[in-house]
Design a protein around this ligand. Sequence first.
Ligand code: X2X
Length: 334
Amino acid sequence: RRILMAAGAGAITTIAGPGIRNAYAAEFTLKTGNNSAESHPQTVYMRKAAAGIAKDSNGRVELQVFPNSQLGGDPAMLSQLRTGALDFFTISGVNALSAMVPNAAITGVGFAFKSNEEVSAAMNGDLGKYIRAQVRKAGLEVFDQYWDNGFRQITSGSKPIKTAQDLDNFKIRVPPSALWTSLFQSLGASPTNISFNEAYSALQTKIVDGQENPLVIIEVSKLYEVQKYCALSNHMWDGFLCLANRRSWGRLPPNLQEIVTHHINSNALEQQKEVIRVNASLRSTLEGHGLAFNEVDTKGFRDKLSKSGFYAEWKKKFGDEAWGYLEKVTGNLA
Ligand code: X2X
C-alpha cells in the first residue's frame, strides 16, 4: 500500500475497482450509526472525528459514519450494537437505550435542567459518571463526553400549545421510552412511541398531531414541513451517548484506542458548543419556513407534573443515589 501511495494517488484511482478495493482497506474498519440528518452537528462532528482518526492512525482505522437511521431505527441499531454488527452508536440515554439501561434515562426528567451550565455540571460531574457506569455494567463501552441534542420544544400541526390544558388528549409522538411516555401522560397528553426515522411520516399522515424535539432537529429533518406551531416549552434537555460494542473496542490496540478516544471526545466538545449556538439562533429561520412560535406557561406544566405524581414515581424508579446526583445540580425537583 505504501509503495502504491508513493507512486501517486492518481495511480490508485486508475486501478481501484470493486475487486481491488480491499488491497487499500484500513486494518480496522468501525461502523457508527445515528438517527440524525447529514447536516446535524452530531453527524458533521462525527465525520470530523472520522477524518482525524484516519489521519492520526495513518489510515489504519477507518470510522464509517451511517447517519439518518440508514441502518434502521434506534431499537434496531441498538440490537446491532449489542451483536457487534454495529461497532459504535450514538443515542440518547432517554431513548431506546433506556430499555437496556433504565437509569440512563434520568437526564430526561421533565424540567430538571434550567440551563446549559446545569447540563454541563451534571454530565461532567457525578450524574454523568453514574450514567456511564450503568452503561458499562450493562456490557457496553461509552465515551466520556456526551453529544448534545438540546432543550426540547413541542411542535403541533393542529393548534398552538400554550398551557398544560392544551395538551389534554393531544396526540404526540415520543421516542420509544418509558420515561417519555410517562412524562407526556402525566401532562395529560396521549403519547405514541415512534422511532425517529418514522416520525416525519407519522406527522405527515396525521397518525399524531405533534412531536417534541430541539430546534436543530426541527430544522435539519424538515419537520416544519409537516407542523404549524412551535411551543418553546424547554420541557426536557437531551443528549447522546457515544456507545461502543465491547468486543469491537477490545480489538483495537491501546495506541489506536487512544487516537479514537481523543477524536471522539474532542469532537463531542466542539459539537456541544455548536448545538447550543444553533439551537439558540434558529427561531427566525424556522419562522421563515412558516412555523408560528409561542411561549408556554411553564409553571402550569410543572405543577401538573408534580400533582400527577410524576416526580415521586421517577424518584422511586431511579433510586436515591441517582436522584441525589441529579438534584445536587438541579435543586429539589419534587
Ligand atoms: O428521537 C428523537 O426525537 C431524537 C432524535 O431527538 C432522539 O434521538 C432522542
